[in-house]
Design a binder for this molecule. Sequence first.
Ligand code: MG
Length: 382
Amino acid sequence: MCEIFRENIMEPLAAHAVTEVVSRGRRHAEPAPRGRGQFQRDRDRIIHSTAFRRLEYKTQVFINHEGDLFRTRLTHSLEVAQLSRSMARALRLNEDLAEAVALAHDLGHTPFGHAGQDVLDDCMKAHGGFEHNLQSLRIVDLLEERYAGFDGLNLMYETREGILKHCSPANARLLGEIGRRFIDGARPSLEAQIVNLADEIAYNNHDVDDGLRSELITLEQLDTVAIFAQCRREAEAQWPGLEGRRLIHETIRRMINAMALDLIAATRANIASAGVETLDDVHRAPVLAAYSEDLSLKLRELKAFLRDKLYRHEQVLQTINGARRIVAELFAAYMAEPGQLPPRHQARAADGKPRAIADYIAGMTDRYAEKEHRRLCGAGGF
Ligand code: MG
C-alpha cells in the first residue's frame, strides 16, 4: 500500500479525528505520559497485558494444536492492527487509537474461538449471558491486575468505546456512559469503525490462506468466488506460470489491497457526502466506514463461500463439538466445586459465582482449558 503512505505521510489529522484534546480521557486521573501520547500509552498497556499474551494460544478458526502455521488470535490481532494503521493514516485519522483498539479487539475471546463463546453464553443464560466484546471491555476495565491505583488498564474513553463494538441494550444500560451509544443510536469514532472493517478484511483473507493450507478448501473451489478469481487472474497476468504458495499469496495480497483501497475511497466519499467536519458529526452521522456497493457484493460472496465450505466443513465442526463439550463441562465442574478455582478467582466468586467462573474460563488458552478439563473431568478431550 505504498501509494497510500506516499500521499499521506506528513499530513495533519482530519478535523473529525479523535485527538487527546477532544478525548473524554481516563476514568482515573493520571499524570500525562512523557515521551509518548495518551493513545500510544494505551497501546503499550494493551501489549503488556496478560490477556494480550494469551491470544497466542487461542484459536481463530483452527484449534491451536492443529498446526503451527495457522493464525491464532494474536497473529490475527497483529494483522488487524497493521490494516487499521494503514487505513487510518490514509484517512488522516488517529493511527495510535486505531492500533490500540485493534490490538485489544479480541482480548475477551474465550478459548476455542466462537464455539467457546457460544457455549459460555449458553452456560451464563440465567446470569446475564456472555458477550466477547463486553468481556474485552471487562478485561481492560476490571480484570487485569497490573496497577496499584486502579483495576484494569485505565484506558482512554475512545479506546474503550472502540473495544465495545457490540453490546445488548440490557448490558448497555448497566454500563453507564460507555454503553450510552447503543441506547441513543450514536456511532463510535471513525477510528473504531475502521478497525471493525479491518477485522473483517483480515479474517476473510487469512481464512482463505489457512483454509488452503489445511486443504479443507481448494483453489478450484475458490475460483468460483469472483474477487478471488479476479485477483488470481491479475497475478497470473503479471507473473505467467506462477503456481503453488506464491500464486496463493500474490492472489491474497491483491485481495487485501483491493478491499483496503476500496474501503478508503468509499469512506472518504461518505465523509464528504455526509458533510462531516467534527468528531460530534461522526457520532451523529450514519456509519461512514464502508465499502463500495460492488465490493460489498463480492465480499458477501466470499463470506458465504467461507461459511459453507470452511466454517461448516465436517472436520471443523468436529473440533467445534469437542470444544463446546470441554467448555460446558468445565463450567459445570467449577459450579459444582468452586473450591477447584484458583484462590484469586474463589475470592471473586464471593461476589457472584457464575460470573467469576465465566471470567476464569474466558481467560484460558486452548491448551490450558484442555488440561483443566482433563484434571477435572477425566479423559475425553478432542
Ligand atoms: Mg477479530
